[in-house]
Design a protein around this ligand. Structure first.
Ligand code: 5GP
Ligand code: ZN
Length: 115
């Protein structure tokens, strides 16, 4: 998926601020942060969204949640709390069609989104 912006970030073709990485994922700072901590956990493998996950992808899906936990610890927001958001498709407000988990914290959040 050479036209996918997150695949290009995973490949290092587009620069990003990497926070952490694991075998199946990388975590980068969001280019337009909604809070003091706003990190995106991105699987190295291209998957469009949760909707495109297959039954055999449970290990990857779990790894992304554990990565979000590790990012929160790394960013020092594990105790104060944080929000994890996964937008899916048009009505979900997904703008980049490569699955990613937002990890947002460092201030009191309201509502349920990334705002
Ligand atoms: P979505 O709306 O799909 O849930 O979230 C996409 C997120 O990716 C947005 O928060 C947006 O700011 C972020 N984003 C889009 N393009 C780039 C980029 O090139 N680099 C980084 N670091 N973040 C990006
Ligand atoms: Zn991709």
């Amino acid at each position: 998926m050479s036209d996918c912006i997150f695949c290009r970030i995973v490949a290092g073709e587009i620069p990003s601020q990497r926070v952490l990485e694991g075998g199946d994922w990388i975590a980068i700072r969001d280019i337009n942060p909604a809070a003091p901590t706003h990190v995106l956990v991105i699987p190295r493998r291209h998957v469009d969204s949760i909707a495109a996950l297959e039954d055999g992808d449970g290990q990857l899906a779990g790894a992304l949640l554990l990565a979000a936990r590790d990012v929160a610890r790394h960013e020092g927001v594990a105790e104060s709390g944080y929000r994890t958001v996964i937008n899916t498709g048009a009505h979900g407000g997904q703008t980049v069609a490569h699955l990613h988990v937002h990890v947002i914290g460092g201030r009191q959040l309201t509502g349920h989104g990334t705002a």
